[in-house]
Design a protein around this ligand. Structure first.
Ligand code: C5P
Length: 219
């Protein structure tokens, strides 16, 4: 059967790593909705669109072409033909993405795109509002959490491996602040869906989390 699998949770809880692996095991499509919000943020910064100007962002979105292409290490993201896969992970984007993601036009446009992608099922989608808003009828809903300290440490290691210079306490602050912005915004805030299963990954390996989710899916 072609299920919809929704994986939500706070920043750097391991959603994309785990979602990618689960999608691979099921031979499903993987969709990283955070990458879409990041791509819009990247384009807005590039084109100097004020990040809190809903009308201007709406205009930007009508002309913007965001394309995802499957790659060996997950997926590549293109904005109007430009490969922004690495650029959308930079601290400048992480710092500004929550503001863009709080604008109604942006949420409407991306939610619609995400729903279209998931129409036929066979998809693992990760984000903040997948189980609550994008795919309220998803057969499987997971809410991944981990302590802020652990999440900062994971990001620290990831960023270091990518050669991005970061400070652990700065990361911890950025993650906590982003969670606060994401969970207090008015439209589709970050919150666990009533029917989602919470998985605390703080002391689990990636493989253990994947196994847990596969078990939930097979039930
Ligand atoms: O998942 P990631 O950390 O890359 O997401 C970046 C940001 O995009 C989040 O902090 C949030 O502001 C926004 N986002 C969202 N809804 C989603 C996915 C991401 O608002 N479904």
């Amino acid at each position: 059967s072609n299920l919809q699998v929704a994986i939500d949770g706070p920043a750097s809880a391991g959603k994309s790593t785990v979602a990618k692996k689960v999608a691979h095991l099921l031979d499903y499509v993987y969709c990283d909705t955070g990458a879409m919000y990041r791509a819009v943020t990247w384009a807005a910064l590039q084109q100097k669109v004020p990040l809190d100007n809903d009308a201007a962002l709406k205009e930007l979105l009508t002309n913007l072409k965001i394309v995802f292409k499957p790659a060996d290490d997950g997926q590549k993201v293109f904005v109007d033909g430009e490969d922004v896969t690495a650029a959308i992970r930079m601290p400048e984007i992480s710092k500004n993405v929550s503001l863009v993601a709080a604008q109604i036009s942006v949420r409407e446009a991306l939610t619609k795109k995400q729903q279209e992608l998931a129409l036929d099922g066979g998809i693992v989608m990760d984000g903040r509002d997948i189980g609550t808003t994008v795919l309220p009828d998803a057969e499987v809903k997971i809410f991944l959490v981990a302590s802020v300290k652990e999440r900062a440490l994971r990001r620290f290691r990831e960023d270091q491996a990518k050669g991005i210079k970061v400070d652990l306490s700065e990361l911890e602050k950025e993650i906590a602040l982003r969670d606060k912005k994401d969970s207090t915004r008015l439209i589709s805030p970050l919150v666990q869906a009533k029917d989602a299963i919470k998985v605390d990954t703080t002391s689990l390996t990636i493989e253990q989390v994947v196994a847990k989710i596969m078990e939930i899916i097979k039930k």
